[in-house]
Design a protein around this ligand. Structure first.
Ligand code: C5P
Length: 252
């Protein structure tokens, strides 16, 4: 049953979080905003919120079906998710299958596009002012963000998500290059995967053409209408139908 929306709890760069009449549930609203470089680059693309909400819903449904603990409860089209209320941990857990992005910037001896021998996990502190620094397990415990046991649990869940999603995307002719998870604790202290899973939080390449279908096209400065084309293609591959919305881009 869909809970009634009460007031706004918080608004981020790409999502709003709404309180509901059920204290254990909140509603995520996916906005049309797109941002990069810690918010320094920002635009609005009409339809982007609905595309990302639908992609994220499909992916979370698949994770739930595979027994992975997530916050996702229900998709309310076009742009809302009913999710379990969590106390979010300010960490970004990144998992990489192919070297690109910050990994090759930091370690240039690894060639861009190299398939990694094993999935590489990293923790970043979620803090725009500090530009989300890379941190290790010791820092996570030192900063009291999570316990040693929770760190192991987050790593285990992230690797399982990677296995499940790699197959999910392979079946759709897509390569999961890397992705970012965020975790939170429910009222019993149980760790759940939260936030969103779509082209804003992962790199996805077409298996045959190598075409980028994620936010990297925006980061690389492609025109906004081309960014929308790529997001729509990602939608089509994940949802299995064309996105029905409008194609109007509004630069801010
Ligand atoms: O930029 P970097 O190579 O570290 O990104 C690794 C993965 O994490 C990419 O899929 C990227 O989209 C995701 N990410 C994210 N939010 C951030 C930083 C990275 O979703 N703030």
């Amino acid at each position: 049953m869909r809970p009634k929306v009460l007031q706004l709890i918080t608004e981020g760069k790409t999502k709003k979080v709404w309180e509901t009449e059920n204290p254990d549930l909140v509603i995520l609203e996916f906005k049309d905003d797109i941002t990069a470089f810690d918010g320094a680059k920002h635009d609005v693309i009409s339809g982007k919120g609905a595309i990302n909400a639908a992609i994220s819903a499909k992916i979370f449904e698949h994770l739930n079906k595979n027994g992975i603990p997530t916050h996702f409860v229900e998709f309310v089209a076009p742009r809302y998710h009913v999710v379990r209320r969590l106390e979010m941990i300010p960490l970004e857990v990144v998992c990489r299958n192919i070297a690109t992005g910050h990994l090759v910037k930091r370690l240039p001896m690894i060639k861009d596009g190299t398939r990694l021998e094993f999935p590489v996990l990293e923790f970043y502190l979620k803090d725009d002012k500090l530009h989300d620094p890379l941190i290790n397990d010791h820092h996570v415990v030192l900063l009291k963000l999570a316990s040693w046991k929770e760190i192991e649990e987050m790593k285990k869940i992230t690797l399982r998500v990677n296995e499940v999603l790699r197959t999910f995307f392979e079946e759709r002719g897509l390569i999961l290059v890397d992705f970012k998870l965020e975790f939170g604790r429910d009222r019993n202290g149980k760790l759940l995967v939260g936030d969103e899973l779509n082209g804003d939080a992962m790199r996805i390449w077409d298996m045959y053409t190598g075409k980028i279908l994620d936010k990297d096209v925006y980061r690389k400065g492609y025109p906004l209408d081309e960014v929308l084309v790529r997001y729509r293609e990602f939608y089509r591959r994940v949802v299995g139908a064309d996105f029905p919305g409008e194609e109007v881009c509004l630069a801010t």
